[in-house]
Design a binder for this molecule. Structure first.
Ligand code: FES
Ligand code: FES
Length: 183
């Protein structure tokens, strides 16, 4: 039997891809095997462990429960969109400092979940953090250090926002300059 392939267009971490895929291909396999984003981990492959969590149009999604063809036209973010080994994202830095990982298998999912949480709620309570990461199974840490990592990340990101707000010039002088230039 010939399987008819379908064309999928996705943007992953800001890069546009077009691929021809079998309709049954899981998004997790598509990301890992077709596009090379192996930072997305796979555990149970039936929606229980949360290891395969990515951001699909800004919301966390289990990529093992999503078909690649369902992601057609979507913006995807994986853990590779965060920092590099030399320049960690504040959330990665906080996980490193607070020992928010042991084997690291759940870490990409935890980081992407933290991104979604802190975007929506920059100052979450411990209960809110526990609730957010509760869908991702961690077999190593007991979660305490993960919660502390996300708390620290929230503080760091808040400080970054405050200092950015302090250094951003108001629009008034720019408007005045524009008026001067228009004369
Ligand atoms: Fe997707 Fe477990 S691998 S939920
Ligand atoms: Fe090992 Fe979470 S650090 S599964």
């Amino acid at each position: 039997m010939t399987i008819v392939k379908e064309t999928v267009h996705v943007t992953v971490n800001g890069i546009a891809f077009e691929r021809s895929v079998e309709p049954r291909l899981l998004l997790s396999d598509f990301l890992r095997h077709d596009l090379g984003f192996t930072g997305t981990h796979v555990g149970c492959e039936h929606g229980v462990c949360g290891m395969c969590t990515i951001l699909l149009d800004g919301r966390t999604a289990r990529s093992c429960l999503t078909l690649a063809v369902q992601a057609d036209g979507c913006q995807i973010r994986t853990v590779e969109s965060l920092g590099t080994i030399d320049a960690l994202h504040p959330i990665q830095e906080a996980f490193w400092e607070k020992h928010g990982l042991q084997c690291g298998y759940c870490t990409p999912a935890m980081l992407m979940t933290a991104i979604e949480l802190l975007d929506a709620n920059p100052n979450p309570s411990r209960d809110e953090i526990r609730d957010a990461v509760g869908g991702n199974l961690c077999r190593c840490t007991g979660y305490q250090t993960i919660v502390e990592s996300i708390e620290l990340a929230a503080k760091r990101l808040a400080a970054t926002r405050t200092s950015a707000a302090r250094t951003t010039p108001t629009s008034a002088p720019a408007t005045e300059r524009a008026k001067e230039m228009a004369k």
